[in-house]
Structure formats: C-alpha cells, structure tokens
Design a protein around this ligand. Sequence first.
Ligand SMILES: NC(=O)c1ccc[n+]([C@@H]2O[C@H](COP(=O)([O-])OP(=O)(O)OC[C@H]3O[C@@H](n4cnc5c(N)ncnc54)[C@H](OP(=O)(O)O)[C@@H]3O)[C@@H](O)[C@H]2O)c1
Length: 330
Amino acid sequence: MHYAPAADRYNNMTYNRCGKSGLQLPAVSLGLWHNFGSVDNFENGRSIIHNAFDKGITHFDLANNYGPLPGSAEENFGRILKQDFTGHLRDELIISSKAGYTMWPGPYGDWGSRKYLISSLDQSLRRMQLEYVDIFYSHRPDPATPIEETMGALHSIVQQGKALYVGLSNYNAEQTKAAVEVLKSLGTPCLIHQPKYSMFERWIEGGLLDVLEANGVGCIPFSPLAQGLLTDRYLNGIPAGSRASKPSGFLQEGDVTPERIEKVKKLNVLAQQRGQSLAQMALAWILKDKRITTVLIGASSVAQLDNNLDTLKNTAFSKEELDAIEAILK
Ligand SMILES: NC(=O)c1ccc[n+]([C@@H]2O[C@H](COP(=O)([O-])OP(=O)(O)OC[C@H]3O[C@@H](n4cnc5c(N)ncnc54)[C@H](OP(=O)(O)O)[C@@H]3O)[C@@H](O)[C@H]2O)c1
C-alpha cells in the first residue's frame, strides 16, 4: 500500500497553543500505548496512523515501554515513518517518547536517574530511526533521585539536540512545581504535563491544573476515555477483542464493574441527547477547560478514531448538561 497524505489534512483540525510556548498541538492527539505493539496487527496500526495524519493529528505519543513487547510500538512506528512519512513530512510531526517505568533489568533501566533517561532516549531514537524526538518526558517522579538530577538530564537531552522540548508525566502538583522551577533555572522550560484525566479520574482538578496555568505549562490528559469505559464499548458486557478482554491490556475485566456501567449508561443517554457518542461527550468534557491543550486518545480502529475526531464538532456544554454529568458521576 502506497501512502500519500491527504491534501486537505489541515482543514478540519483545531490547534491549541501548548501553555505559553510557541508550539501548537492538535486538539486530539494519538497515543501508541496499546494496539501498535508486536502482538498487534501492523497494517491496522499503520492505517490508524495514516488516517490520523490525514485528519490533522500531527502529534503521536510513545514511550520506551509501549508494546507489548516493550519497545515494539516505537519499532513499528519507526517502520511506518520510514516507509510512509518521507521527504519533509517529519517536520509536520510532533513525536514524543518517555522513560521512567521499568525497561531493562538492573538498576539503570528504571525510574529517573540521568543514566537511565539518557540511555533510554538513545534506545528510543534507534528504535524509531529518528535523530530527535520533539518532546521527551520523565514518565514518573522518582522519590529516590534528586529532582535536580532528573531535570538536569532532561535539560542535557535538549542541549544535545535529542529532544526539542521536555515534559513531565504523573507528577503531582507539588512535584510539578519543584520540577518546573528547576527546569526554569536551567533555561529549559517545561513544555507540557501528561496526567491521567477523565470523568472517572479527576485528581488534576485539585491543584495540578492551577500549577500548570500559573507556570504556562500545557496539559495533555491520557486515558481520557478511561481506556474505553467512557464509550459504548462495554454497555452490554465485555466484547471479544476489547481491551478488557485481552490478557496483555491494562484494563482488566474486574475494572468493568456494575456500578461503573450504571453510570456509563446514564452518561450515554445524556450524550445521545446532545447528538453525540459517549466517547465524543467524554472528550468534549475534557476539552471544555481551556487549560487543556489536547486530549491524548487511544484507538484500535480507524472507525473509533473518526468517531473521536467528530468530538470537535461540538465541545460546548450548557450549565444544565454539566450539572447533569456531575449528578451522575457523584
Ligand atoms: N503517561 C502515562 O503514564 C500514560 C499512561 C497511559 C496512557 N498514556 C498515553 O495515553 C494514550 C491513550 O491512553 P488510552 O489508550 O488508555 O486512552 P483512551 O482513549 O482512554 O482509551 C482508548 C481505548 O478506548 C477504546 N475506544 C477509543 N475510542 C472509542 C470509541 N470511539 N468507541 C468505542 N471505544 C473506543 C479503544 O479500546 P478497544 O481496544 O477496546 O477497542 C481504545 O483502545 C496512550 O496511547 C499513551 O500514549 C500515557
């Protein structure tokens, strides 16, 4: 299959400024945590990426450990880039990677030391066959490593030209404040924070978003659909092929509880009244906050991706709708 990107790819996407930086990101970004590993169908993943780029998704999010097997999502993405994103298309892409969770055995393949972050990014660049990533993240805070060391490693990576920007993921409000300060003192501003956020997971409303706004840092929430729970996927049980049905996925059958599905059913009715799918309403609900730069979705098919992209046709909520959502989530 030969790939030529759609000529009208920038016509229907909204681009939001990332914090106070010069970088704009699409309102919807695509993550390769699931569905792009060596256990998955390569051509399906490739079609999803083509379709994303054709619709204006310029940002693709990876990490050293995405797969399974760990590393294989970066390898597959590298193959797709090499095959299909030729010429100057690299310059139309914002590619991120991360290090922070277990990647290789021994004391240097995990957490937040300078040794781990720098050698892991070197591995990621080799797997993706890239000279640089656009954004490199510390994937989680490391309580045993001085914040100056972890942030110093991010700063060095930028100085070395291996990343253009840096970000934090899974840091709480206090940890973020401290990390942002250190980065600022080094002269490498923190571009973005990647936290878990959805209607079912709202910890960032308790301080993190304020810290980000005060410091001009963008926000890219992950698992905005609660890994598929906030869609119509599990309304009638756990379908074959869904994330919750797979042994390798991070969503387990036990996460699909009757209490949650009860709420999902009520939210689904509300979404229908708005003329949206539940997935669209869940994404719009996140995007309504102007401190959010982009929602970082996953998708196992082109149809899901298209459904999610149609979110942008209606991201406004009335007060009554917001109150009704709160009442259901309570
Ligand atoms: N920084 C971190 O620590 C961290 C952690 C987790 C994720 N992330 C990033 O965030 C990205 C997104 O995470 P996520 O995959 O959990 O996000 P998500 O958008 O909450 O869940 C994606 C899953 O929901 C289902 N889905 C998506 N759209 C649908 C639709 N329209 N209708 C029905 N089902 C739909 C699909 O599940 P099925 O497979 O069942 O079809 C899809 O794989 C990751 O790829 C990764 O880049 C970062």
